[in-house]
Ligand binder design. Structure first.
Ligand code: GDP
Ligand code: GDP
Length: 434
């Protein structure tokens, strides 16, 4: 089950303030370059070791003044269907309003856990004032101050109780591949092209939500489970809904997968929305690849693919380990290579590198190019080992771990990637005292 927390409530109660407080602030490098963080409405959060995605539904309301009310109510209905937990936010300074009552009416129909959050409870007096919201009949009130953070810990303690601890994969060892991308990039066509070929569907397990379907395939002797978000477009005719659905479904599929194939439309390139979903996949440390589809529509000259690849890598910043594959689903070009690449990424992500191999490869690199001395102190890295984590993580044991700086960390990451195949796989490095 995906862990998704949706923040709903009327405008100006402080939804985006709470959102910004909850999502992990440490920005990926690419965020700075593309400037996409500013208008992101979903992000990655962690509380007491549990991971989840937060959505600020307010960010999706774009309606004109007169249809504003019905539109927010509508977004709430969508959130109710899709999220795991709902935070219903009210403003303890402004007090109870008619719009709050409207929201409560919709929210009471939910069978999902709903937490009534009285924001702007900055003072003891305001915390007491929040009791007027009992009139909404939504049970316990969580008074918080999004601005200062007070009360948010108590709230999150309750919220994360709804999430499983590191959930067990019932089909351990079989790659779970999510097919992601904006509407119209060719997700359904891709799946149909795959299905059209020689294949065996092993099981057809219904997805946890209506359209996100996990299907177990066997293709040319390889087992994999595809999570398909393709049904989304057909569900609705409203543009904002499509956007909202597609984001929620993508997040669900992403959380449940091992490897994500991000399909982009060759004519449009990598868009801000793609970047922020890729960013989320990085936070969850999923395997990642990019499939540039509709390649048939691009007029080719010399090195067109290479130039295109460079342009994408530039947008991605330092993520040049993400493979890019150029496909045409309608011409059936390279669609099986795409799946094979995803399976390869799965293998890279689950591979364990022995300590001796690591040290034999990396220690000479370090000797050749040691960490720069800081304040006259020499940093000595003694040995390296891969940690027994779910995704590749490496510990460097050294005398002064605190003196290893980001550029040298990048150097070490590049060397690990040079010697070992970790294509498509985010890795972590830790520096420990020895
Ligand atoms: P949204 O429309 O629900 O996303 O609301 P915003 O997050 O944009 O906040 C609306 C206004 O309330 C802004 O001026 C915030 O600075 C202010 N605000 C948000 N949280 C708090 C809080 O905990 N205390 C106080 N006093 N003001 C807050
Ligand atoms: P989805 O919304 O991501 O599932 O996208 P669809 O699979 O429904 O495709 C959207 C449109 O793009 C359809 O008209 C497809 O025929 C078209 N399309 C998909 N893949 C390709 C491709 O490789 N080349 C071209 N030219 N059109 C494609």
């Amino acid at each position: 089950m995906a862990n998704i927390v949706a923040i709903v409530g009327r405008p100006n109660v402080g939804k985006s303030t709470l959102f910004n407080r909850l999502i992990e602030k440490r920005k990926a490098i690419m965020d700075d370059e593309s400037g996409v963080t500013r208008d992101r409405h979903y992000g990655y959060a962690e509380w007491t070791g549990k991971h989840f995605t937060v959505i600020d539904t307010g960010g999706y309301v774009t309606g004109s003044e007169d249809k504003f009310e019905s539109e927010i109510r509508h977004q709430v209905e969508l959130a109710l269907e899709e999220a795991t937990v709902i935070l219903f936010m009210v403003d303890s300074f402004a007090g109870l309003t008619d719009l709050d009552k409207d929201f409560a009416k919709v929210l009471r129909t939910s069978n999902k856990p709903v937490y009534l959050v009285a924001n702007k409870a900055d003072t003891t007096e305001r915390i007491h004032m929040a009791s007027e919201f009992y009139a909404l009949g939504m049970g316990e009130i969580y008074p918080i101050s999004s601005a200062s953070g007070s009360g948010t810990g108590e709230l999150l303690d309750q919220v994360v109780k709804n999430f499983d601890e590191g959930e067990e994969n019932p089909e351990e060892g079989i790659p779970r591949i999510a097919i992601l991308g904006r509407p119209n990039v060719g997700k359904s066509s891709f799946l149909n092209a795959l299905l059209g070929k020689e294949r065996t569907i092993v099981t057809d397990e219904a997805g946890t939500t209506r359209d996100s379907i996990n299907t177990h395939y066997k293709l040319y002797g390889k087992d994999f489970i595809l999570t398909d978000t393709a049904g989304i477009r057909k569900k609705s005719k409203v543009k904002e809904d499509i956007e909202f659905y597609s984001v929620l479904r993508s997040i669900q599929a992403l959380q449940d997968s091992d490897v994500c194939i991000f399909i982009v439309d060759a004519e449009r390139g990598l868009e801000a929305q793609d970047m922020s979903i890729i960013n989320l996949a990085l936070k969850y440390r999923k395997g990642i690849m990019i499939m540039v589809n509709k390649w048939d529509l691009i007029e080719k000259e010399n090195n067109t693919a290479e130039k295109y690849r460079k342009a994408i890598l530039q947008k991605l910043g330092q993520l040049d380990y993400i493979p890019i594959i150029f496909t045409s689903v309608v011409k059936k070009q390279r669609i099986f290579q795409a799946i094979e690449k995803a399976i390869e990424i799965y293998d890279n992500r689950t591979s364990k590198i022995s300590t001796s191999k690591l040290n034999d490869a990396i220690l000479p690199e370090i000797e050749h190019n040691p960490p720069p001395a800081i304040k006259g102190k020499y940093i000595k890295i003694k040995y390296i080992t891969q940690l027994s984590a779910q995704t590749p993580a490496f510990a460097f044991f050294c005398n002064l771990p605190q003196y290893i700086k980001a550029p040298y960390e990048r150097f070490l990451e590049n060397k690990i990637r040079k010697h070992f195949n970790l294509e498509g796989v985010p890795i972590r490095l830790f520096f420990r005292k020895k």
